[in-house]
Design a protein around this ligand. Structure first.
Ligand code: TYM
Length: 344
């Protein structure tokens, strides 16, 4: 596969199969939902596609109020992305704020999306409600415009995400269509790609809510850096129901369905088939926990090694930003020309 290198610049380079873009926020430890819903797909897709993955610190800034945290979280997340298996020789991994084109295009997107469309975004409603007693920034409201810029800048055909991001990809398509209609064909219309297994990992304590960094009960969320004893403890305490009959039914038995989904994502076996091989909840909890521990162990080892060489991590991110800028600046130029801004 041809990839970008100084000898084969992007000018003479056509994407091999699909251009893929997806991003993650540096807002704290990465959890099992992030891994099964998104990161695993990113790693699996990197050799077939031309992939760009951003650590979106500007998005995290919408809820950042203390100094010094964002940079550290960004570096740790970079280590995690390489630890889960993104290969810097094939995947372009970059930090959003290092590629200034994100903010330029974001403004153009803000002017192409309506107040009404932004008001209908469920993530804004959820997040602003959760922060009722706190500061709700305007950035939290206009967040989808920045996300649209992230995607459209890279001419992404596919955006591998968990279920919760589908609405953001839909609004990106709407914005792109509106811009193309107003100013002429400029942007590629992206589509969301969700994994067959693990697109919606639920909280172990509240299995009707998705697993999330902002959980109120830490034992509902499995972090990739949790040690095996805590992982097992969290699985053993997972909320289920009282009839002790293992069957796969997301509505009637959300806790058990979630455990089966997780075990299924870790083993590749179908959740319905797994259900028939268990007669008790206890054994299912132990097997799900052990499967997750086995999956996390090599990741944790690589993470520790990578965090020991911060200079190398920063070098890799500089290389990623350089590659990202080549594509992003061409798109911004194209968009500005389409609108007809006066050239410098
Ligand atoms: P973020 O940082 O919350 O999550 C990163 C990825 O993890 C997925 N995910 C889940 N998947 C399954 N089950 C869960 N419980 C779960 N929780 C999180 C998310 O779907 C996501 O794919 N707005 C985005 C970041 C973003 C972005 C982008 C994504 C900014 N620009 C451009 C794609 C393309 C977010 O907050 O993801």
């Amino acid at each position: 596969m041809k990839t970008y290198s100084p000898e084969t610049p992007f000018d003479d380079y056509s994407p091999p199969v699909a251009r893929v873009l997806s991003c993650i926020q540096p807002t704290g430890a990465v959890h099992l939902g992030n891994y099964l819903g998104a990161l695993q797909q990113w790693v699996n897709g990197q050799h077939q596609n031309d992939v760009f993955h951003g650590i979106v610190d500007l998005h995290a800034f919408t809820v950042t109020e203390s100094p010094g945290v964002l940079g550290q979280n960004t570096l740790e997340l970079a280590a995690m992305l390489f630890a889960v298996g993104l290969d810097p020789n094939v995947a372009t991994v970059f930090v959003q704020s290092h590629v200034v084109e994100h903010t330029t295009l974001s403004w153009m997107m803000e002017c192409t999306v309506s107040f009404g469309e932004l008001s209908r975004m469920t993530q804004f409603k959820d997040k602003s409600q959760k922060r009722e007693a706190e500061f709700v920034s305007a950035g939290l409201f206009t967040y989808p415009a920045l996300q649209a810029a992230d995607i459209l800048l890279y001419d992404a055909d596919e955006v591998p995400v968990g279920d919760d991001q589908k609405q953001h990809i839909e609004i990106t398509r709407d914005i792109a269509m509106r811009f193309n209609h107003r100013f002429g064909e400029t942007f590629v219309l992206p589509k969301a790609v969700t994994p067959a297994l693990g697109a919606r990992v639920m909280d172990l304590q509240e299995p009707t809510n998705k697993m999330s960094k902002s959980t109120t009960n830490e034992s509902g969320c499995i972090y990739l850096l949790d040690d095996p004893a805590s992982i097992m403890k969290k699985f053993k305490r997972a909320v289920t129901d009282s009839d002790n009959e293992v069957s796969y039914d997301r509505d009637a038995k959300p806790g058990i369905a979630n455990l089966l989904d997780i075990l299924s994502a870790a083993t590749g076996q179908k959740p319905q088939e797994l259900a028939s091989s268990y007669s008790q909840y206890g054994a299912l909890k132990v097997d799900a926990g052990e499967a997750v521990c086995a999956m996390m162990s090599p990741i944790q080892q690589r993470y520790t090694e990578l965090m020991n060489d911060r200079a190398e991590l920063q070098r890799l991110l500089r290389v990623g930003a350089e590659k990202a800028r080549v594509v992003a600046s061409a798109t911004v130029d194209r968009a500005k020309n389409a609108v007809g801004f006066l050239p410098e």
